[in-house]
Design a protein around this ligand. Sequence first.
Ligand code: FAD
Ligand code: EPU
Length: 357
Amino acid sequence: MKYILLNLKIEKSFEEKIYMSIKKNHSLKELNTFGIDVKANYLAEIFSVNELKDVLKDSEFNNLPKLILGGGSNILFTKDFEGLILKISIPGINILDENKENVIVESGAGVVWNDLVNYCVEKKFGGIENLVLIPGTVGAAPIQNIGAYGQELKDTFLELSGVFLDSVDEKSFTNSECKFSYRNSIFKNELKDKFIVTSIKLRLKKNPEINSSYKDILDELRKSNISNPSIKDISNIVASIRRRKLPDPVEFGNAGSFFKNPVISLTQFEELNKKYPGLKSFPVDDRYVKISAAWLIEKCGWKGKQSGNVGTYHNQPLVLINYGNATGSEVFEFAMEIKESVQTKFGVTLQNEVNII
Ligand code: FAD
Ligand code: EPU
């Protein structure tokens, strides 16, 4: 039931309020794509900014630890959550402004990211078509500046709005204020777990520039004999590559890439490449390159390996799989074994992409 009933709280007892609006001792198994079976003391599903502010100001809850949850597709729960989970389900997609070239689209944080992509592709608004089928919600997209197949959120991102957990003050952040970089933003650093995104605005192109630079896309375009692709073609191609390469969380619990691709200095890369020719690299700037974590992990012998309920995906060893009823700790320990062996063999430190709770 919706939290709207909170304004009845003065007349209601605490237990009644929980009964009406906030779920108690709730299982999170269906709310994380790893399918880890843990519980939260309290779970509030939030449908508007006002509801969010009401919950944050509520004296019953303001001293509890809080966790912001979208689609749970980049989270690994290693234990029960002793506090209040705020599941952000704020809906709505609107066109705010447009001219001949551009359109400003605003979306609520609870909108499913892929629904926003499909909405834009259907309307021929270009800029996020390569990000099709990334699981999760719009509100989580800026947290790690989601990216895939040659596009990142930051390329079209205009601004976001939200609320600070402690002060309950509202604030907007422009693109530069978000300090986006590869799988990173201010919300994973200074403002980690301190700010709740409630909506975002994107600036999209009406005459889109097609981004087909990613090798897999180029291969598919050649195979299908498409020389002048539309954004719909690109989103169809990316969707089919993703379906082929990545496991569906409904079938195999996972959270996508468990680690980020390491960014190392050119000097370190040259040394490694002498010893291990074939190491894939992608330029970052004059001094740094990104190398493939999947390649490093495969070369350590982890591809398709399984230990108990946990393993790496047979097509993509960067993706860890819950093959049964794995606990979050089992997944985490398996991940740490991988990290250690990559460190020992290559001297490269893998960083988690997945948020460990
Ligand atoms: P959650 O997992 O619920 O949360 C992730 C983090 O964001 C948590 O720290 C949470 O507290 C915080 N958060 C969530 N919502 C908000 C909010 N409204 N305000 C503030 N903080 C919030 N990612 C990519 O970048 N590229 C990919 O290609 C990609 N492919 C994937 C493929 C698969 C099969 C899977 C399972 C995941 C993949 N991911 C990918 C990771 C994931 O889809 C993204 O990180 C996504 O943005 C997570 O969204 P979510 O709503 O599920 O976030
Ligand atoms: N590779 C191997 N062995 C494998 C698979 C891949 O060596 O089994 C090497 C190959 O050299 C391949 C390279 O890894 O060319 C890159 O593989 P892929 O195209 O699958 O991409 P990735 O670098 O492994 C990244 C993102 C994905 C994103 C894809 C496509 C990160 C951490 N991961 O994966 O994002 O979808 O590129 O752009 O940056 C996610 O963040 O959860 C995620 C799935």
